[in-house]
Design a protein around this ligand. Sequence first.
Ligand code: SF4
Length: 484
Amino acid sequence: MALKNGREYQQSIEDLALEAHVMGQAESHLTRHPLVRPSLAAVAVTYDGAHAEDAATRDLFRAHSPLCGEEVNRFTHLHRSTDDLVKKVKMQRYCGLATGCCFQRCVGMDAANAVFSTTYDCDAACGTDYHARFKTYWSGIQEKDLVVDGAMTDPKGDRGRRPKDQRDPDLFLRVVERRRDGVVVCGAKLHQTGMLNAHEMLVMPTMGMKAGEEDWAICFAVPTNTPGIRYIYGRQTSDTRKLETPALDAGNPRFGGQEVMTVFDRVFVPRERIFLDGELPYSGRLVERFAAYHRQSYGGCKVGVGDVLIGATALIARMNGVAQASHIKDKLVEMIHLNETLFASGIACSAMGHPTPAGNFEIDMLLANVCKLNVTRFPFELARLATDIAGGLLGTMPSAHDLEDPVAGPYIKKYLAAAEDTDPVDRIKVLRLIENLVAGSGAVAYLIESMHGAGPPMAQRIMIGRQGGLEEKMARVKRLLDVA
Ligand code: SF4
């Protein structure tokens, strides 16, 4: 087995020949599509990191796996220690800083760690054989160094109704037919990050299922090019700027994220790829564990993107000639403080992790939820401060086409001049990057996803309420005060 590099990875995705509906067109050359290509390039960074020149970076991206007995890319690793959990967050910060966007590969890593421990628990209680199946499956993923999309979010239809009570039962993905050698499923998964850049998908229930909902308590894996699966590409703000040349107005000219609606139209799943089928209590446990791992992930990836926003904001302050103003310096310090607070909670939930009975390591659930709740707030404040410092030009700049115009171009360069030694075109580049993150296609991952990815704020508040130890705290106070 060899750890793939970014080029080999991109070729392997091209070989899958996936098809998708992209803005009204059925597209079959996705890896070359200008809307899709930046997202593929972002995932490639997760492969190139394992081949970085410096040993410290390689160490972040590589881990020894007892499962396949070899060195694997950490994005396929089952965490074996708190050190692994900490390195995961550092690796994600590295990728966020390198790309300035969502690099998409974390969902499968988080799903695998949750499925690994949940199948173990399920087998111990129910006498099933899911854990052995999953180990065989995941060992193959590690050996081939594949991208796996973790697919959880169902459309959910009427939120006031249970899956079995929906007018259309497919609004929650479910088993519609059982065969001796497997099952057939129908339904959809929304908001699928990086799905078209993945080789495989690991599908999980969207929530804890109750009696009568056994057909919805299904977890399985299939290759992304399985017959019956259809993809519909998600739009992002200002996404068509990626179709333009020159690329300046895109803001982040090389990288970007990807979200896809994935439809399962009678998809067959072979028995050996099923990891949960009707064992109700383990559907909720799986959701809780996956969510916690992904809430930890945000303490790395969003921090890396925050680093990009802070760097761009400091740069534009310098280009504008205001870097020495005390209120600018103070706002930059505030941005750093908020960003490092996110990182601190990502590291804290990792350092406070613990082994599961299955043998992999799990984060501290309470602190992972605190981490993600912070992520639902702080990037918005970082974006506000960046907008404040960048100035109104952020919303009024002429297009890159006018820069090239023989009449308009010289005026733009003359009147967008700022601090001495600042090239006006460089100034526009930095402003476009900030615009991308606070209001453009990058804001999908940096802001909307910070709010809703891995669950909205209320989901974290519920978990924090459950795990906050209020009874214990009250008992301690009673003891302190000698209260009955
Ligand atoms: Fe990874 Fe962050 Fe994208 Fe989730 S949002 S896949 S954690 S980069």
